[in-house]
Design a protein around this ligand. Structure first.
Ligand code: BGC
Length: 550
């Protein structure tokens, strides 16, 4: 059972209520970024390249999941957005935005299709991509596990030759040796080109969507014990990779005096109760905030493993493995990657109220909010609530760990919510775009980054998600997060810079969110007329820049 007081020993847990109107702004507070601020863009290999490999389709947990018709509209992902062949043009586009960092991932599934068998052609291809990024004047930031693994590590398909197989959600830690083999193969090939690493992408997203709500492979539903075993092995994989990278990467590629700089990217969810007067919902929000935002960081900074995720670490516990200190996991973070999309509301649910560590139902879609007004809150194409205040509070929360922060992902869709259900048959509909909202989202969130720096956070970079529309996991091409809009109906997949991309380019060029840019991208959407002003309260007090309710 979670004892709220025990959770409070961690970086202070705040229950955040977003969107509270707080009176008109007293004047525009500019958000200026320091010289050398790390502007960036972020992509992921399976989303941008799909199954397209050097010598035919790549087999992975995700290609199999698609073949099982688990993606909306029975989509497949043969080519992503065509990055595998057309990467040079996209790299030029990124440089044209004015960014300095290009975050990308390398899929284990491509590199090691069979245990101990490495695909040299895929590594040569990846070396060429890294060279192109550097030749265009940017630094790569490499993620080594962005959700796609070889089927010999995880296969969701009962009809496959392997059957259902999952070496990560296992009681033993054999997969950590497996992962080390992959990392040892990769680092010597890329160490003269890469200095910044995030080993894992959003461990908690993989846990929740893969083992609790079943939308991602391997499709577990409320499989709490497997979820925990999976999460613990992810921590071990991170820590082992940290040591291997520190050992093998001895080249300071970017000339900043360090050969490697290693972090983790976090599912930075700002969880708040639908009804702040409900003790049950407060408990749920507190517990979920801890699980999403703190559990990984406490494990990888202090080496403290809370196996049952109750906020208490009891040496001698009956859990398997026992709770307590794991020195091999400690001090394996040099920065925290914050990935924020929007807040998460919690409501009560008879099904989940007694299920630890949830204690309630997390709502990531405004359509599921109880109140009609709340359902009308600004939201993206996936239904995620839009809240600059939530971002400000999230950044403050992560700042308490005392490590440098980089926003390794933040962004929104340029499309409105598609009229297409979970089980609707193909074909998927053409998107309906609202570029004004997307440009407004970006401007407001970058304003919050600038204000967070102004109040003293050690926030070193911001990588916009994402460069060009790509394959959004279970949603496929239904959701468009790109600064460049892609025409997927044309086999050449041509791209057009959209209004959100233009806003990003202009904010980078201006070195911040100026009043003029604010007026161009935010005010047309929310004119300051007292009823729909861009005003609200954040952790640091009343400020311009918090979206109102509509
Ligand atoms: C993931 C991305 C994804 C984005 C938008 C993040 O959690 O890292 O791969 O495309 O969310 O849903």
């Amino acid at each position: 059972m979670v004892r709220p007081s025990s959770l409070a020993v961690l970086p202070l847990l705040t229950v955040v209520v977003t969107g509270c109107p707080a009176g008109p702004p007293e004047g525009f507070l500019p958000a200026t970024f320091p010289d050398g601020f790390g502007w960036g863009t972020a992509v992921a290999q399976w989303q941008a390249e799909g199954d397209e490999g050097e010598a035919g389709p790549v087999d992975s947990n995700w290609s199999r999941w698609a073949a099982m018709n688990k993606l909306k509209g029975e989509q497949r992902n043969p080519r992503g957005n065509g990055f595998h062949t057309d990467y040079q043009a996209d790299i030029d586009r990124a440089a044209g935005l004015g960014v300095k960092y290009f975050r990308l991932s390398l899929d284990w599934a491509r590199v090691e299709p069979q245990p101990g068998v490495y695909d040299d052609a895929e590594l040569v291809h990846f070396e060429a991509v890294l060279d192109a990024i550097r030749a265009a004047g940017m630094e790569p930031v490499l993620t080594l596990y962005h959700w796609t693994v070889p089927p010999w590590v995880q296969s969701p398909d009962p009809d496959s030759p392997e059957g259902v197989l999952d070496r990560i959600a296992a009681k033993d830690d054999a997969v950590v040796d497996d992962f080390e083999g992959f990392v040892r193969e990769v680092i010597p090939r890329i160490k003269d080109r890469v200095d910044s690493y995030t080993v894992l992408n959003e461990p908690l997203s993989m846990v929740v969507v893969g083992y609790i709500d079943g939308r991602f492979p391997p499709g577990g539903v409320l499989a709490i014990e497997r979820a925990t075993d999976f999460g613990i092995n992810l921590m071990r994989m991170h820590a082992r990779a940290f040591g291997v990278i520190k050992q093998l990467d001895d080249v300071d590629a970017d000339g900043d005096g360090a050969a490697s700089f290693i972090g983790v990217t976090m599912t930075a969810n700002d969880v708040y109760p639908e009804n702040p007067d409900s003790a049950q919902q407060q408990l749920a929000a507190e517990s979920m905030n801890y699980v999403y935002n703190d559990w990984v960081l406490q494990t990888l900074t202090r080496g403290v493993l809370d196996v049952d995720l109750d906020g208490d670490v009891e040496p001698g516990s009956v859990t398997d493995p026992p709770e307590g200190d794991y020195p091999e996991l400690a001090n394996t973070l040099e920065f925290i990657g914050v990935q924020y999309y929007g807040p998460v509301k919690v409501k009560e649910s008879t099904l989940l109220n007694n299920v630890a560590p949830l204690f309630g139902m997390p709502l990531t879609d405004v359509a599921l909010y109880t109140d009609d007004d709340d359902q009308a809150r600004p939201h993206n194409g996936m239904g995620r609530e839009i809240s600059g205040a939530g971002f400000a509070d999230t950044l403050d929360r992560y700042g308490r760990w005392g490590l440098p922060l980089i926003v390794t992902e933040n962004g929104t869709t340029t499309n409105l919510r598609p009229a297409f259900g979970e089980r609707d048959p193909p074909p998927i509909p053409a998107p309906v775009f609202d570029e004004d909202q997307a440009a407004m989202y970006l401007t407001v969130h970058l304003w919050e980054v600038g204000r967070a720096i102004a109040r003293g956070l050690d926030l070193r970079g911001y990588y916009h998600w994402t460069l060009a529309d790509n394959f959004e996991w279970s949603e496929g091409t239904l959701q468009r997060f790109g600064a460049y809009t892609v025409d997927f109906d044309d086999p050449a997949m041509p791209r057009t810079l959209n209004k959100m991309g233009t806003a990003y380019q202009e904010i980078i060029a201006a070195g911040g969110v100026t009043e003029e840019l604010w007026d161009r991208y935010v005010l047309p959407r929310f004119p300051t007329d007292g009823t729909a002003a861009g005003v609200g309260s954040t952790a640091s007090g009343p400020q311009v820049g918090v979206l109102p309710t509509r």
